[in-house]
Every structure is written in C-alpha cells, then in structure tokens.
Ligand binder design. Structure first.
Ligand code: NOJ
Length: 521
C-alpha cells in the first residue's frame, strides 16, 4: 500500500440510476470476464489538476511570471480562442469550492501542482515569496482538514520566465535550480505533503515546447533542444529524488515519484513484422527514453534509442550525438529514482514505419523515430483530434510497463479522461471512465499488475494549453464567462463518484438518449 490508507466516503448516492435506461458499452458487457472484479482495498481514487490550468491570479500575491504567462501575453493568437491563464478557473481564490467539489465526489485524493514562480518569483531561492508559501500552506491544510490527501507535482510545465531566459531545460544549470526549488518546497511543505511528484510528462513538455512550438516555450529546436530537455529534466528529477532521500525522508516519511505520458502505440497491421517493429521503436523512443533511465534494472537510455540517435547524428554529419550522454554517476543517480510511477493515459495510436512525412523537421524526434502514427477510423472520436477512444490501450500500456520494468514500483494512473465541448450531460465521459477503469481492473486481476490508484482528468474544465478554454475535460463545468467562474457538476460526477464508492465498474452506466451527438470528422 502506498498512499496512506483512507476509505473514500461516498457522499454522492446515485439515486436515480434505476430509473434511467441502462446499457453496456463497446468494451463492457454484463457477460464480461471481469464482471465480479472490484478495486482492491488499497486502491485509491482521486482527481487531477495543475496550477497553471486552474489557478489564475497570474500576478497576485507576489507571484513571478512563468513561461506560459509570458508567451500568452506576448502572442495573443497563440491559443485557439486567443485566451490566456490570467484568471483561468480562479482556483487561487476559489480553492475552498474546489475542495467541496472533491468532497462531493466522495474522493480522498487530489493531485495538483505548485506554481514554481509563486514560490520563487525569479526561479531561484534568493527570493522566497512568503505570500505564495502561506497561500499553499492554507490550501494544503484545508485539504487535509477535509480528509483529502494532496499529491503535489513540483513541475507541471510552468518554468519561471527568469530561468527560461537562461535557456530553460536546454541549460544544465537548471538541474541545480530545480534542486534548490525542490529543497525549498520540501522544507516548507513537507510536514503537510507526503506524496510528491517531481515532473509531469517530461516527454510531452519537451516535444511540445522544445522540439516544436505548440506549447510554451515554443522553441522549435527540433532534434536538438528536445533531447537536452529530456536529459536535463531527467537529471533534475533525479537530483530532487536524491535530495529528498538524503535529507528529508527520514523525518518527513514521504514518497517521491514521477508522472510519464504513456499513450499506447499498436502496430497498424498487427500481423506485419515491420509494423510491430515500428510500434516498438516508437514506444522506446517516446516512452522508454524517459522510463528506462529511472525504472529499468540497467538504467541509462534504452540501447535502441542510443543507437538510433547516435547513428542518425553521424549520418547527418554531426561529430557528436544530438542525444547527450549520462556519466556513470548520473546513470546511478537516475536508476531507481522513484518510489512510484504515475502514468497519464488518454488514447491509442496505430504505428507503421516511415522515413519521412509531411510536417516532419530535419533533424527531429519524429524523423529519428521513423514512425508514422494514425488513428483507427472506427474508434469513437472526442472533442480533440488526438484523442480517440480505445480503452484496451490502457491495459496494454500497463502490461507493457510491467513487462519492461517489473512489479516492484506501484503504478498510479495519474491522468485519464475525455475531451468534449462542455456538455453537462456528458454521456461520452461517463462511458469513457467506466470502460477505461474496466481495463484497469483487468490489468490488476487478469494480468497481476501492481496498479494502486486512478486519478480522473480533470476535476473541472480548465485552461487546456493551446486549445485555451475550447476543449473541456472537467467533471465539473466552469463558466468562464462569469466573473464567479461558477462550477456546476456534470452528469459524470455521479458516475465517477459511484465507481469510487462501490469500488466497482458500473456495467449499466447511464445510456445516452437517442438524439445524443457523437463526435464525427
Ligand atoms: C496531460 C497534461 O498533463 C495536462 O496538463 C493536459 O491538460 C492533459 N494531458 C490533457 O491534454
């Protein structure tokens, strides 16, 4: 058992369920093998958010600017709706309402993040913002008072702008500055927080912000910056982990883990050898590259990743590899540097080999990988093109992770959820949660995987990065047109609360009415 034990108290009763039409889904039938499976006693249910996506108050309480503040102020057209995160869901002021929402869901766990520039406005520990510290202490204490255990991410993509001026994660010095930030945070909050996550989705952050330009800092340093970003973020993670291990664990008794983005990549033609190899190459270049240094027995980058990037760099005339090398000490610092792993999973892609595609840069991670990704047209669509619904992919990635890195470190699904346009009667989200959670049950009971928790993304509608407020992932609707940022429960709150309370899948989850709109091309 990992997070301290607490039985979620069901406060929401699914009162009218029996009055509604009931039906099983595509992957979920009454006759299914796992019908009688339930989530083990030590399995925890929670919800996730991240500071920049909900907090707002971008320049209040002594906060410094982060790269997202700066980028969105300087480029008003960056987001699809020309929005920014200045107010977002205003959780900085409305955190008591957020806590009530989590209570109403009957959940005992909340994963969110600290804004680095709210604690250290210039990024470094020369100036600690007392107001920011007091704010988070108040917030964490209120969570604990409500019997909700906070799981806190140190870095969810919002590096202080002052540090970006030094090159952000392309600069090795950031490893030191992240360690200093972690020291301040462990020191000031470690009495309240026992579950830490160093980094959220290194891979996604570096692809979006460093290999290309669809996330801040929009560097477009394809094939170069992306690997520096992987490298120094990994090392920064290890530094924070070792720091906690050496100086804090003994008296704070907490755990430190990391969250990785792990969608599933299946061969386009399962029978084709070439497609199987392409899928595995993609997994190693995009999943293994972050997971292997931390979770494998041997440590370091996967051999296949090392040789692909080294060979390609050589062919392209570089006298050194575009992927930096770890020293022996760094390999050791990284190896085993997590007490648990958080997997964020949303969707599945089909992989086939390709040496060049339209839109790929040269050099780039895509070109180095040499794999084209597509969607199966039969998979149900969502409010964003990249997210199609294929629940078995979640079981596959859990199995894959377990096969490669063993059962020792507990797995938490730290994000999983569906994007839509914000309907209050969010039947597609209800079916998504039930069907994906069913796959988690199968991974536990059929495959023996060590999955110990699930966090729905997201507690509420939020700032969805370059999609602004157009794309909604929330269990709660947020009215972004109202100064109150009014929160309203969607239908999915009932279904998710019911799963957490009963610790079982609802095989007869709420059926969409006949005129229900499904996403099409
Ligand atoms: C993963 C990221 O951690 C989160 O910030 C984002 O909103 C979700 N993916 C959905 O795109």
């Amino acid at each position: 058992m990992f997070f301290s034990s607490r039985v979620a108290i069901g406060q929401v009763v699914l009162a009218n369920l029996s009055l509604l039409n009931l039906v099983g889904g595509r992957y979920l039938r009454e006759s299914d093998v796992g019908k009688n499976y339930s989530f083990p006693d030590n399995f925890v249910f929670g919800v996730s958010t991240a500071a920049f996506q909900i907090e707002g108050a971008w320049n209040e309480g002594g906060k410094g600017e982060s790269i997202w503040d700066t980028l969105l102020h300087e480029n008003v057209n960056f987001t699809n709706d020309r929005s920014n995160g200045d107010v977002a869901a205003d959780s900085y002021h409305k955190y008591m309402e957020d806590i009530d929402m989590i209570k109403n869901l009957g959940l005992g766990y909340y994963r969110t993040s600290i804004s680095w520039s709210r604690i250290l406005p210039n990024g470094t520990d020369a100036n600690i913002n007392k107001e920011g510290v007091l704010y988070y202490r108040r917030f964490f204490k209120e969570l604990l008072k409500a019997d909700i255990i906070p799981i806190i991410t140190l870095y969810h993509w919002d590096i202080p702008t002052a540090l970006m001026k030094l090159g952000g994660w392309c600069n090795a010095k950031l490893v030191d500055y992240f360690e200093d930030y972690a020291r301040v945070v462990f020191h000031l909050f470690g009495d309240l927080i026992k579950n830490w996550i160093t980094m959220n989705e290194i891979h996604q952050h570096c692809i979006g912000g460093y290999d290309s330009n669809f996330y801040a800092p929009a560097l477009s340093s394809s094939g170069f910056g992306v690997y520096l970003c992987f490298h120094y973020m990994l090392l920064a993670h290890a530094r924070a982990y070792r720091l906690y291990e050496k100086h804090f664990r003994q008296y704070q008794r907490g755990k430190v883990g990391i969250v990785l983005d792990n969608n599933w990549f299946a061969p386009k033609d399962p029978k084709s050898r070439e497609d199987q190899e392409a899928a595995e190459r993609y997994r190693q270049m995009h999943v293994g590259v972050i997971a292997h240094p931390i979770f494998s027995d041997t440590g370091d980058y996967p051999a296949i990743v090392r040789s692909i990037i080294d060979d390609m760099s050589r062919k392209q005339g570089f006298s050194r590899s575009r992927l930096p090398y770890f020293t022996k000490e760094e390999v050791e610092a990284l190896r085993g540097s997590a007490d648990f792993v958080g997997l964020n999973h949303y969707t599945t892609f089909l992989a086939s080999a390709s040496s060049m595609e339209e839109g790929w840069q040269l050099p780039s991670l895509d070109h180095d990988t040499g794999v084209k990704l597509e969607k199966d047209p039969s998979w149900p669509k969502s409010g964003v093109p990249w997210l199609t619904v294929h629940p078995p992919g979640l079981r596959e990635i859990i199995k894959y992770f377990t096969k490669n890195y063993g059962r020792k470190k507990p797995i938490f699904i730290t994000e999983n959820g569906l994007a839509d346009n914000g309907e209050l009667e969010d039947y597609d989200r209800i079916s998504y949660f039930n069907e994906y959670l069913y796959q988690v049950l199968l991974a536990i009971h059929e495959d023996g995987c060590n999955v110990q928790g699930y966090f729905a993304w997201s507690l509420m509608d939020d700032f969805e990065w370059n999609d602004g407020y157009l794309v909604k992932f929330g269990l709660y609707h947020v009215d972004f047109n109202s100064p109150n940022r009014t929160r309203t429960p969607k239908l999915s709150t009932k279904s998710y609360a019911n799963i957490a309370r009963t610790r079982r899948i609802d095989f007869n989850y709420l059926k969409p009415p006949k005129n229900h709109h499904h996403y099409e091309d």
